[in-house]
Design a protein around this ligand. Structure first.
Ligand code: BES
Ligand code: MN
Ligand code: ZN
Length: 517
């Protein structure tokens, strides 16, 4: 559940709270551009800020923090001055608000604070202000997240309320009437909803694989469908076989857990089949041991994360139900485990799935692309306007782009552009990767149409080229989130563990598509 957040109109010096987080821009500590809020606080505190900032060389660089004691001189018991750095552009400024809001909440946790107020150099126009409120709410709630279900000592967050402070003048100008205020309250609600959906995805990924089985993942999707009135389809082994998804079945056959094929759909009212749907596809390996091409012990430690693509898609559908786009949106995933056993599929096996080509299995650890191939082929049958898949597909994407960036692959430049723009707006790091035709020969097999591995070099690219064989001519984007889906330490709005990567950019993309209709 997101933090209770509301808009409040008060002077930062007067507002009563346990902690006031005062965001200030670099270059506004003194001189002609000095921040009036900071000056007022410093004056009320008898120059405490001026002294402390000199001592600690505080320059309001992005993320820099300085704690001041409030006491009886101002409304706040304590003031945490947080640097925003220099303003760059609207998107990156909004991301800075998110991360600084997350920082404020983490500081509140450490200090056992109950009420937190954030004051920032707010925008003047109502639209820009709404976007800021959304970002602050989102960042604060994302920063408040903890997966503490299995901790005996939970150390719960004491924070009960977050107030976003607009001081006297601008507040009166900007929301004197209810009709002016409503879009601002809606922006806060939206920020909270985005954070909730992201945290749902985080929860699904953080659950141990013994809990988040294929069955449990399908049930999580069903719960979202029930809660938001989405259509839900679940197919078991027999249906999967009838649909010809032999690649999916092959991957699942070494596990005691049965495969689960899921479709979750938003269908707008009065839908007459004239509007092409969007298709979202998520990788849903609830545990990836590597199969007979078994992973090392270390390589397996975090492999419960291998269903993060499906988790993102489930989280995104929760928000699609809120956005109510005028076109259908389908989410697809094939959930199973990749396990070694006497019934497991083998290196050397040749399998024809639902899509066209026969596939020679060389490495059973390259399983994600096999399941995705069948599910993508199913998505294509729905004649979508576009397909976006999200998958923790390759370790190689981290070799190429670092530990936390998402690799974007596309067969269509405008669609790639849309997703890159959406990622920027949402504050997710995504970089486009090439899909050179000359590398297609790396996945040719002597005894089948293609093979499931492409050798040591360009591993995330050969994986993408493999998937491309199954999307026909549909505009398609593949997001390799192997690095982005989980973090080994807290960074920005993300905690250690699952990040909920992909949810926010998907939603931003669908919102823009819906607005463009
Ligand atoms: N699920 C893994 C990829 C992965 C690695 C996700 C690390 C998250 C963190 C995937 O199924 C896999 O095992 N890929 C292999 C492919 C190889 C066998 C061609 C890899 O990346 O090593
Ligand atoms: Mn694998
Ligand atoms: Zn995998």
């Amino acid at each position: 559940m997101s933090l209770t957040t509301r808009l409040a109109s008060a002077l930062p010096t007067k507002h009563i709270c346990d902690l006031l987080a005062l965001f200030v821009r670099e270059g506004t500590l003194s001189g002609p551009d000095a921040d009036a809020r900071l000056r007022a606080i410093d004056r009320a505190l008898g120059g405490q800020f001026a002294r402390a900032s000199a001592d600690e060389e505080f320059r309001a660089r992005e993320g820099q923090q300085l704690m001041l004691q409030g006491g009886k001189k101002i409304g706040a018991k304590r003031v945490l001055v947080i640097g925003l750095g220099k303003s760059r552009n609207a998107e990156s400024d909004r991301e800075t608000l998110r991360t600084c809001a997350a920082k404020s909440v983490r500081a509140s946790r450490a200090a056992g604070v109950k009420t937190l107020a954030i004051s920032w150099p707010s925008a003047e126009g109502p639209q820009a202000l709404a976007a800021e409120l959304c970002a602050l709410t989102e960042g604060a709630s994302l920063g408040a997240y903890r997966f503490d279900k299995y901790l005996t000592e939970k150390r719960a967050l004491k924070l009960t309320e977050l107030r976003l402070l607009l001081d006297g003048d601008s507040a009166h100008k900007q929301f004197k009437s209810p009709s002016q205020r409503m879009p601002l309250d809606l922006a806060i609600e939206e920020g909270a909803a985005i954070a909730d959906a992201t945290c749902l995805a985080r929860d699904l990924v953080n659950e141990p694989a013994s809990v988040m089985t294929p069955r449990a993942l399908a049930e999580a999707a069903e719960a979202v469908a029930k809660k938001h009135g989405l259509a839900f389809e679940l197919h078991g082994r027999n249906a999967i076989e009838k649909m010809g998804m032999n690649l999916f079945l092959a991957v699942s056959q070494g596990s005691a857990e049965k495969p689960q094929l899921v479709k979750l759909s938003w269908i707008p009212k009065g839908e007459n089949g004239k509007k092409k749907p969007l298709a979202l596809v998520g990788k849903a390996i609830t545990f990836d041991s590597g199969g007979l091409s078994i992973k090392t012990a270390g390589g397996m430690e975090d492999m419960k994360v291998d269903m993060a693509g499906a988790a993102a898609v489930i989280g995104a559908m929760e928000l699609v139900a809120r956005i109510k786009p005028p076109f259908p949106v389908h989410a697809f995933f094939g959930a199973c485990e990749n396990m070694p056993s006497g019934t497991a599929y083998r290196p050397g096996d040749v399998i024809r799935g639902k899509g066209g080509p026969t596939v020679e299995i060389l490495n059973t650890d390259a399983e994600g692309r096999l399941v995705l191939a069948d599910v993508l082929a199913w998505a294509v049958e729905h004649e979508p306007a576009a397909i976006v898949d999200l998958a923790t597909l390759t370790g190689a994407v981290m070799v190429a782009l670092g530990p936390s960036m998402t690799g974007l692959f596309a067969n269509n430049d405008p669609l790639a552009g849309e997703l890159l723009e959406a990622a920027q707006g949402a504050g997710e790091s995504v970089w486009r990767m090439p899909m050179p035709t000359e590398m297609e020969e790396l996945i040719k097999s002597p005894i089948a149409d293609i093979k499931n591995t492409g050798g040591r070099f360009g591993g995330s690219i050969t994986a993408a080229l493999f998937l491309q064989r199954f999307v026909a001519k549909v505009p398609w984007v593949h997001l390799d989130i192997a690095g982005a889906a989980s973090a080994d330490k807290e960074r920005g709005v993300n905690p250690r563990g699952a990040t909920g990567a992909g949810v926010r950019m998907l939603v931003e993309w669908i919102k823009k598509r819906a607005a463009a209709v």
